[in-house]
Design a protein around this ligand. Sequence first.
Ligand code: RAM
Length: 922
Amino acid sequence: MKNRLALLCITLLIVGSSYCQNEDSKSLTVLEPRVEYHENPEGLDVRQPRFSWILKGEGRNRVQSAYQITVASSKEKLSQDQADIWDSGKVVSNQTNQIVYQGIPLVSATKYYWKVRVWDESDMVSTWSNPAYWSMGLLKFANWQGLFIGHDVGYNKADKYDSLYLPPARYLRKSFSLNKKIKKATAYTTALGLYELRLNGNKVGEANFLPGWTDYNKRLYYQTFDITNNLREGENVIGAVIADGWYAGYIGYALLVRLDRVREFYGVNPSFMGQIQIEYEDGSIETIASDQTWKSNEGAIREADIIMGETYDARLENAGWDTPNYDDSQWKKPKVYTYPNGKLEAYPGTQVKNTEILKPIAMTEPSPGTYVFNLGKNIAGIAELKVQGPKGTKVQLRFGEILKNDGQIQTENLRKARATDTYILKGDGVETWKPKFTYHGFQYVEVTGFPGKPTLETITGHVLSSIETDASTFGSSNAMNNTLFKNIKTTQSANFFEIPTDCPQRDERLGWTGDAEIYMRSATYNSDVAAFMTKFLVDLDDAQRWYGAYPNFAPFPYSRPNQYAPAWMDAGVIIPYNLYKVYNDTRIVEYMYKGMEKFMQFQEDASTDYLRPGGGNNWGDWLAVNEETSHDYVGASFYGYDAKLMAKMAEALGKTEDATKYANLFENIKNAFVQKYILDNGRTIEDTQTSYALALYFDLYPNDLAEKGAARLAEKIEKNGFKFSTGFLGTKHVMLALSKYGYDDISYKIFQQTEYPSWGYSVENGSTSIWERWNSYTKDDAENSDLNAKMNSFSHYAFGSVAEWMFQHAVGIDTEDAGYRNIIIKPAISKEMDYINGSYKSINGNISSAWNWKGREVQMKIEIPVNTKAKVYIPTVEISSIKEGNKAISKVPSITILESNGEETILEIGSGTYSFRVKGVK
Ligand code: RAM
C-alpha cells in the first residue's frame, strides 16, 4: 500500500501534481447515503430497507472493492463505532445500491443511525460517510390508537350535474400540556381526504396534498414527522385542516361525461386519524391520539376542491385556533367515522412540495378591472395573493395556459374544471393568502374584484411538484432544441404530481397509463423518479382489472367496464422494466410479478395464434396526424414487446424457466407478426411511420428485412418533408428506430424541424411547455378551432418522450446492464448539429458526454462516475487518428481498445474524465 502511494507521488511529482501531499485525498469519498431512495426518511415500513450511496474519487479507474455499513441505535453510538443494530463487516463487493439491510429485526417507531465506508481498488479505506438515519413507522396495527375524526358540515344535495357541491374544509384541534422534559416526539398522521397538520400555529413538514392518492379501499398511506422541536413544555396545540381531496371531491372527467358518480368516489366526509408519540427524558412514553376529546369546527376555507378551486373567507378565520390560549368552547365534539377496510401503510413515494417561486414577468388589463399576470411559464401550482382593502371585498383568481387574441385568458380547455380561487378580505391591513387543497395548470392568473390597482407584487406563483427535475442537463447548437428541453422539464414537473398525470389543468389530471409508459424512460433521465414511480406501480397493481388488464389510468376510481387499451395497459410491464433497467431495482419487479403474469395470461387468452388484437378502448396511435396505424397492429406489437421485457425481468429475478417461456413467447409472437404484417420487400402492410417504428424498435422484424424496413421509414420521413405523422406511440419510437438503424441525420432533421407537426413548431409559437397536440396553437390564430377544442392541454408530457432519444442518442448516455454500472457512451455525432452536451445523474453518480465539430475534427468530453465502466463509441477513420488528451489512445493505460472497424472505434474506460480528439471524421 505504502509503496503504491510512494510510486504515485513520484509519478505525480513529475507531472507537477501535489496529490501526494495528502495521502488521504486519494481515497474514495462516500456521498449521498440513501435508504429506500430517500435522504433520511421518516417512518418506513419496509422491514428490510435498501441502502445506496454515490462515490467520488480523483483520477481514473476508481472502483469500490468492499464496503461496510454500520447501524446504531443512537447518534452517539454510531460515532463511537458501537454498531448495536447491524455491522455488515467488510463486504467484498462493488455494489453501491440495492443493498439490503441484514441486521436484527427493526422495531416500530424507532430511529436508526447509519454510515458506510468503502475500500478502493488498492484496498485503501475511505472515511465514513456523514451519519445518516431513517426511522421506522408504526409497524403493528396495535400501535395505532387514533380514531378517524371529522366535523359534520351537513350535506347539500345540489343537482349533481348542473351545480357544484363544494363543502367547506374542517378544522380539528386538541390542546394538551407537557410537563416533563421531552426527548423525542413523532407524529404519525393520515386522513381520508386531504390534511394539513398544524402544531402550535405552524404547518408541520413541507409537503402538500397529504396523505396522497391511493385506492383508499385498498390502502391508505400515513406520514411520519419528527416533531421534537415543535413541542414545548406547557400547553401545546395540535391541529388538522381536512378537505375532500381525491377521497371525496371531484375527480377527472366524471362530470363532463356525466358518470353516475361525479364526486365522493371513495367516501363522503373527510376525516383525520393520527397520534403523536412523546418520549420523555425519564423514559416514559405518552401518546396523544385523535379521538373525541378533540374539538372540531368550520373556518375560513369555505370551498376546497382539487379541480374546482378554493374559497377563503378571511372574516371567518378563527384566529389563533391552532395555538395555545384559544377558547374553543364554541367548537364541537368531532364526529367519528369508520375505519377504512384497506391497509394502512407508510407513504413510499415523493410528496408534492413547493419547488420554485415565480414572480410575474408582466401584468396587463385586457378589460377594465380584469388584470392578467404572466408567470413566464406553464406550471402546476398555485398563486399567492397579496392584497389590502375593505372587509368583505371579494377577489377572484382564475387560471389559464394561454391568452386569446384579446388578451383574456383562455379557459375553454379546462372543460368542467372551475379552477377558480376566491379570497374575501378581512380588511385589516396587508393580507396574503394561498390555497392549501387545490392546484391549477397555468401560466396566466386573472385577477378580478381587486380593490384598487394591483402591482406585480400582487401575485406570486408557487410551482408544486413531487419531483425535482435536476438529474439532467442538455445543451446544443440549436437554441430551439434547448428551449424544447426546458419545456420538457417544465411539463414533467407539472405532471409528476403525486401520480404521473396526463395534464394538470383541465378536469382530468389522471394517471393515464399510456402517457406514463411512453414517457417513463425520459422521466428517469430528468429526475430521480425511483420512489415516485414505485408508488405509482402500487397504484397500478391495485387498479389491475379482475380479468388481468391494467386500466387506462391508476388509481382507477370509476366503475366502468372494459377500461383498458393496447399500449396503455402495457404500462404494467414497461414501467417495472424501466425501474429495473435504470435503478437495478428487482424488488419492484418482484412486487409486480404476479400481476404481470396475470396480464400476460389475459393477453394470451385474447390472442389468436399469438396475435393480440386491439380491443378495449383502442386509441391506437393517439393524436397521430395524417396516418393511422391499425389498433390490431398496435396490440400485436406491444404484446411482443411485453414478452421480451418479461423474459428479461424473469431472468433478473432468477426465474429461468419463466425467462425461457417468455423468450419463446416472444419468438412465437414475432413469427406470427412477421407473417401477418411484414411483406417480403420489408414494408409493413400498414406502411405508416408508426408501424415501422414499433416493429423496428421492438425487434419484430426478421433480421434480413430490418434494414429494408428502416430504409423505408427513413424514406417516408424524407418524403414527408422530415415531419411526423405520428401520435403518442409512434413519435419517440420513430426517433429511436431511426437512430438504431443508423439514420441519425434524419432523426436530427426531425428534431430540428419547425414546421407543423414538430416540436419546433410549438417552440416557435412561444410554448414554454409540451402540448397535447402537435397543432394546439398558433400565434396568429389564438382562437382557431383546435385551440378551442375541448381537448387541448398545453401541459402534456407524452410528446416530450423525445428526451429518451436526446439522452440515449444525441448526448449518447445509456446503460448496458441494469443500473448504469456498464455505461454506453454512444453519441449520434452528425453534421446536422454543431455540438451537443449533456449530463445525467445516474444512481451511480454523474455521467456526462459532450461532442462538437471543429472542422473535420470531432472533440468528445466524457465523465464516468467512480465504480463504473463505459464503452465509448467514437467515429473513426483509423485508430491512430484518435487522441485522448495529447496522447494516442493506444498509449493511455486507462483505455482499452475493444474494437475498431474503420467506421467506429469502441473503447472501454473506467471512471474519470476524458477528452478525445478525432481527426478526419467524415
Ligand atoms: C386523454 C388523456 C391522455 C390520453 C387519453 C387517451 O383524455 O389526456 O393523455 O392517454 O386521453
